[in-house]
Design a protein around this ligand. Structure first.
Ligand code: NDP
Length: 281
């Protein structure tokens, strides 16, 4: 059989259209501040895509481009100004930061009510407590939407997540637990990974290793979400060998145009949520 390729672009577009309709009648447009430090080419592309996506739904993007040598104090001062600016609803610091700036020290400086990436420790903690009012990180929030587009009720399914990062693997694990899945989180020290993955009705791969996951990892008729974005000599590749997933799984997300567009749609959604929180607390 051939797996169905989840039409992530179309799903992301429908989220954006819904948002556009909700934003149009507002008296003031929501605004998102994006801070980029240095000139990492991939980050510059991501920031431009975020700006374009904001404009398409009626969110005002405000980009702050800082030189690579910006000090922690300078960056903190900008974040503080944006925290106190009532015209800014969401704040995002584009990662990765230059080596002398520690994301773990910088991200908690963002006001939790403007933390549209959901990386502030208060928001990350609220997710563990199943607090529905928290900002859910954009990529994990989008992944759950993609999974539920194929199967609204995930109760009792076995989910394996490869990767335990704070921004993808761990939040996805918590969200799938909240959906009543039985969740296993695998990582670089996991033993016998292919056999473990073959138990997965839902396999989420967030590793950053091109085509790590091959046929022997994939349970027949399962759902595979490929989060990886790897720049290789043969172009952009996911963490999953796409042709193997096509032959084995029931559903697969493509790379590119898979999880990425949904991540951006969820950033817009979180910015709208931030606006509502600040205007109708
Ligand atoms: P990290 O590097 O933070 O985490 C990678 C995880 O993979 C770690 O937990 C690591 O284990 C695990 N790992 C590494 N090698 C192996 C292996 N051989 N077998 C099993 N597990 C392994 O990455 P991120 O979570 O930030 O990102 C993962 C991928 O997703 C990247 O390609 C990134 O570009 C992409 N991404 C895509 C997004 C999108 O919007 N499409 C958004 C965010 C990320 P350990 O903890 O033991 O080191």
């Amino acid at each position: 059989m051939t797996a169905q390729i989840i039409d992530c672009k179309k799903l992301a577009q429908s989220v954006k259209e819904e948002l556009k309709a909700k934003i149009a009648p507002l008296s003031a447009a929501p605004a998102l501040a994006v801070i980029i430090v240095g000139c990492d080419p991939a980050s510059e592309i991501y920031v431009r895509n975020k700006e374009k996506a904001c404009l398409a739904v009626g969110i005002i993007p405000q980009t702050h481009k800082l030189p690579a040598e910006t000090s922690k104090e300078e960056l903190a001062a900008l974040i503080e100004r944006l925290n106190n600016n009532p015209d800014i609803n969401g704040i995002l610091v584009q990662l990765p930061l230059p080596a002398h700036l520690n994301a773990a020290e910088i991200l908690p400086l963002i006001s939790p009510v403007k933390d549209v990436d959901g990386f502030h420790p208060l928001n990350a903690g609220a997710l563990l407590q199943k607090n529905a009012k928290t900002f859910i990180p954009c990529t994990p929030k989008g992944i759950i939407k993609l999974i539920k587009s194929t199967k609204p009720d995930l109760t009792g399914l076995n989910a394996v997540i490869i990767g335990r990062s704070q921004i993808v693997g761990l939040p996805v694990a918590n969200l799938l637990l909240n959906e009543n899945c039985t969740v296993t989180v695998a990582h670089s020290k996991t033993q016998n990974l292919p056999a473990l993955c073959r138990t997965a009705d839902i396999l989420v791969v967030a590793v950053g290793k091109p085509e790590l996951v091959t046929k022997e990892y994939i349970k027949p008729d399962s759902l595979v979400i490929d989060v990886g974005i790897n720049r290789t000599a043969n172009g952009l590749k996911g963490d999953v060998k796409f042709t193997d997933a096509l032959e084995t799984a029931a559903y697969i997300t493509p790379v590119p145009n898979g999880v990425g567009p949904m991540t951006i749609a969820m950033l817009l959604d979180n910015t709208f949520e931030a606006y509502l929180k600040q205007h109708r607390p």
